[in-house]
Design a protein around this ligand. Structure first.
Ligand code: PGA
Length: 243
């Protein structure tokens, strides 16, 4: 069992800057690297920092490829709360990454199984994810892999946990409008990434961070499987630091 490298930053902005340093190093080393990207509030300071660094000439996204973790079921790409819109508005439209080099699972595919298989194949064709960015849910989800009785391996459709719907209703008019299902990379897809960077900010993430990395490895805390990944860096702010 491995403990992660853990970096403590003063605040969410500093978390963003420290994470951007790691991404900058990776992109300089391998300009066509494959990034696994995440949505949610936590990575926003990182994304602003990446945009600023490309504007100032420190990073070049023109060859970078990216695969996102997940998408809500039933939301069209142009829905303002789709993760497609999130990525476009917070990162992609501000940087030189090519749209054809960014993939996100489809929330509206008629044949979900085939779409999931294609998603996995595309990542494999790219040579796998070099750096996977993760946030963490209060229930220990990564991507939308919710607590359950096993670790789902591949990209698949999931039913969202009540806790997740509750946490995400802030982006919608009400909890009723939050989609009840999603498509997410599997735990196996995430574990196959060569390097993992998890960001966590705020006191509400402290307990789950502790459970994840210092508790038992169990599919009831999906992120706990990361104890078996050889290269995990957690960047958290002081409020989320689990000790
Ligand atoms: P958050 O979401 O960054 O908005 O807290 C994290 C997650 O649910 O994975």
């Amino acid at each position: 069992m491995l403990h992660p490298r853990i970096i403590v930053a003063k605040n969410p902005e500093e978390v963003g800057k420290l994470a951007a340093d790691l991404f900058e190093t990776e992109i300089q080393k391998k300009p066509a690297c494959v990034l696994g990207l995440a949505t949610g509030s936590t990575p926003l300071p990182l994304y602003s920092e990446l945009v600023a660094r490309e504007k100032s000439g420190k990073i070049d996204f023109s060859k970078v490829r990216s695969a996102n973790l997940d998408e809500y079921k039933g939301l069209t790409p142009d829905h303002e709360q789709s993760y497609f819109s999130f990525m476009r508005n917070n990162l992609f439209k501000h940087i030189s990454i090519k749209p054809e080099n960014t993939i996100i699972p489809s929330g509206i595919s008629e044949d979900v199984e085939a779409m999931c298989e294609e998603y996995e194949t595309k990542i494999e064709e790219w040579g796998g994810v070099d750096v996977q960015l993760l946030g963490i849910g209060h229930d220990g989800h990564i991507g939308f892999n919710e607590p359950c009785d096993h670790f789902p391996q591949k990209t698949h459709e999931v039913k969202l946990a009540d806790m997740t719907i509750e946490a995400n209703k802030r982006f919608f008019n009400s909890a009723d409008e939050v989609p009840k299902a999603a498509v997410t990379m599997g735990i196996g897809t995430i574990m196959a990434a060569k390097k993992i960077i998890m960001l966590a900010t705020g006191a509400d993430k402290k307990e789950i961070l502790h459970k994840t990395f210092w508790g038992s490895v169990t599919p009831q805390v999906p992120a706990s499987i990361l104890q078996f990944h050889p290269d995990v860096t957690v960047i958290c702010d002081e409020a989320a630091y689990p000790f």
